[in-house]
Design a protein around this ligand. Sequence first.
Ligand SMILES: [Zn+2]
Length: 433
Amino acid sequence: MSINNKNPYGPNPSDFLSNVNSFEIIDTTLREGEQFANAFYTLDSKVKIAKALSDFGVDYIELTSPVASPQSKIELETVCKLGLKCKVLTHIRCNINDAKVAVACGVDGVNVFIGTSQFMKRYSHGKDMSFITNAAIQVIEFVKSKGLEIRFSTEDSFRSDMVDLLNIYTTVDKIGVNRIGIADTVGGANPRQVYDLVRTIKSCVSCDIETHFHNDTGCAIANAYTALEAGSKFIDTTVLGIGERNGIVALGGFMARMVVSAPDYVKSKYKLTKLRELETLVAETVKVNIPFNNPITGFCAFTHKAGVHAKAILANPATYEIINPADFGLSRYIHFASRLTGWNAIKARVEQLNLDLADDQIKEVTKKIKSMGDVRPLNIEDVDSIIKDYHSDSKKIELAKKEQEEHREALENLAGDDKAEDEPEQKRRRVEN
Ligand SMILES: [Zn+2]
């Protein structure tokens, strides 16, 4: 793809804790995604989505807490029994009763969370840090005693006091959690803050770090990438980014980011060709359309329009494409129906239509298309009919020229024959004379 083999988007060597080439995905379409305004899952839809996520290759899926409702419990138990390749987690409040119900459902691990910011302590659960610490210890020790994975996450981590964060994380690390979670619950963090916080916490704990980024300010994927650079290993995603408010890191967008930075790792680990099917399944389930500007699967993600772009794409797609659509089972499209088109794009279309026109003719028809495109929007049919009309006119002209030529040749031959016939007569006359 590239002219030389160096990947300018690969991991930065100075990020020696980087997990850009070794991250894992915890997809929470079936938990965070259920908090999306439009989401209503049935048992059947949860099973379908769980299977599709597992087929795609995510490492974990996270489901709604079984204490949320009786049906949520049935759904969790059912998904746990599917025998999926991915591990099944549930997301629970930091209390022992929730933990007991979760463990009894047959999960592979439990994701525990509790708010630690001033806002959460005052307006959400109303508990102080010593209460939070004691509750965390009790839940972690219980889940570990059952031989299951346990993650402990603070909520609203970026607005939490750094001393509180370091105290709670080092405490749970010592007890032996598998992962701690850092969550930008309100979506306000920027990549530089993410790098600093993850890096600081990483230097104080020995367990892995999971990160959860909301997208309120449009930074979710950038924050996830930066978290990996700083040493986080696990990224929470949802299909299409659905979640509370405007959601979190979108699985597809995150794959787009990572396939550019860690192509070998991503292509060998995830079934990228299943992405569109997975997104379509979730989009239909929650009754939304795939956004036009979605990375990879947006309808114009691989459409090239400007004449200079089209020319270069036809010569070498990597000139204007950082992602190869074929990796995702998709194809690129050269948009040629506009006044921005160029003759190289029209030439490619002429070839697709199986017509034969010389380059100077293609340049001429391109002029016609551009002048029509100056007057009104064009569609493919418009352009095709301009090309076809031009082609048939040019063929008619060629035919007429050919007929004229043949006619002229015939006349010349006829004149030549007369001359030839005349010659012996003249000779005879000369001899007679
Ligand atoms: Zn969230």
